[in-house]
Design a protein around this ligand. Structure first.
Ligand code: ZN
Ligand code: ZN
Length: 376
């Protein structure tokens, strides 16, 4: 059985437990995961008897090459108008009828209403439609060894790009310029593109956890949070380093120390058998005890794979039991409006015995006046 066929069998098993006959996969990462197809448009129909991909002429040759074990349903936009009409037609030709799961978190309301009409819920081939959001994502949480290697490569590219970009981290460089340098290095080191919009947040901008970049010039003595990642062979990495030029004041040093301690404790704690909330809790307590509880305004971490944000979550309400093969971030942060912020993030893979960090970039230590000193 091919890798994608094994995954489809897993998905069908979960589908059967929900009492549904088939599923319609529209989310790009899930479509790729279950079929191997990397194009940007197409609906994957999956039942115990039939697997088909409905897509337009831009991708027919690609589907035949990437997914030889799938039936290609050729969609012609000027004749068929909509993917759902072509799918309805094909299902009728096949004599298929049954209940259909769809991805409610991916389909727009417009597409869903149209699909329901075309597929003929109640009258046509589809008797009922029910959302199965999260079903494929649940399987994706546990990575195969090949997937772990892909994330490891993406993490290595991010580390190499970071090292290569650091000589440009100088007084007066703007957040936007440093971001451009880092993204150029990501591409040169092997990333197809950044795995998300790079964040370079300097001084007071660091108080916004997802700040993006501005034309602000970086000054000595302020914390600068840089959050970035590489997309390599479809898989993402995600890492944050907080760096500075020169010397930090007492307040910044305190924030840095608390975040580093919470991060270290999270990294030492995380292992299979714990729940997501338990790992979040140990790091969150350190920040709360230091008096910065409300300033840690997001979850401790998230899964990373084909998507940069996926399951499992490390957050106060996450009951998910951590298992070997999961790849997650550990990223505590403190954000103080008007002052600034700090976040440290590493990517780890859970193993049989614990966890291994996939991020290798060193952390700038207090006393070091430039982040490159951490590499010596
Ligand atoms: Zn990040
Ligand atoms: Zn992250």
């Amino acid at each position: 059985m091919t890798l994608t066929a094994t995954r489809r069998a897993q998905a069908l098993k979960l589908l059967e437990e929900r009492g549904l006959d088939a599923m319609l996969i529209t989310a790009p990462e899930n479509r790729r995961y279950l079929s191997g197809f990397t194009g940007s448009n197409g609906w994957l129909f999956l039942s115990a008897e039939k697997v088909a991909l409905v897509t337009d002429g831009r991708y027919w040759a690609q589907v035949e090459s990437q997914c030889p074990d799938l039936e290609l349903v050729r969609f012609r936009s000027n004749e068929d108008l909509r993917l759902s009409r072509r799918l309805a037609c094909w299902l009728s030709e096949q004599g298929w009828s049954g209940s259909l799961g769809f991805e409610g978190s991916d389909l727009t309301v417009t597409d869903f209403r149209q699909a329901r009409e075309d597929l003929g819920e109640g009258a046509g081939p589809v008797r009922a439609m029910e959302s199965i959001s999260g079903l494929v994502e649940e399987i994706r949480q546990i990575k195969s060894p090949d997937e772990v290697e892909a994330v490891r490569r993406a993490a290595r590219v991010a580390d190499e790009a970071w090292r290569a970009a650091l000589p440009s981290f100088r007084e007066g460089v703007t957040e936007a310029d440093f971001c451009a340098e880092l993204e150029y290095r990501l591409a040169k080191c092997g990333a197809r593109k950044p795995s998300f919009d790079t964040i370079v947040a300097s001084g007071p901008n660091g108080a916004y956890p997802h700040a993006g970049v501005t034309d602000r010039a970086i000054q000595p003595g302020e914390l600068v949070t840089v959050d970035f990642g590489a997309l390599v062979e479809g898989y993402c990495s995600d890492i944050t380093r907080t760096v500075w030029l020169g010397h930090l004041d007492e307040r910044s040093l305190e924030i840095l120390e608390v975040v580093r301690r919470a991060h270290r404790t999270g990294m030492e704690t995380i292992r299979p058998g714990l729940r997501g909330c338990e790992v979040d809790q140990v790091a969150r307590e350190i920040i709360a005890r230091a008096g910065y509880g409300p300033a840690f305004s997001h979850s401790l971490g998230h899964g990373v794979g084909l998507a940069v944000h996926e399951g499992p979550g490390l957050r106060p309400e996450s009951k998910t039991l951590l298992e070997a093969g999961m790849v997650v971030t550990v990223e505590p942060g403190i954000y103080v409006p008007g002052i600034g912020g700090c976040r440290v993030e590493d990517l780890v893979v859970l193993t049989g015995s614990g966890a291994e960090s996939l991020s290798r970039s060193p952390y700038q230590e207090p006393g070091q006046v430039h982040p490159l000193e951490a590499w010596d």
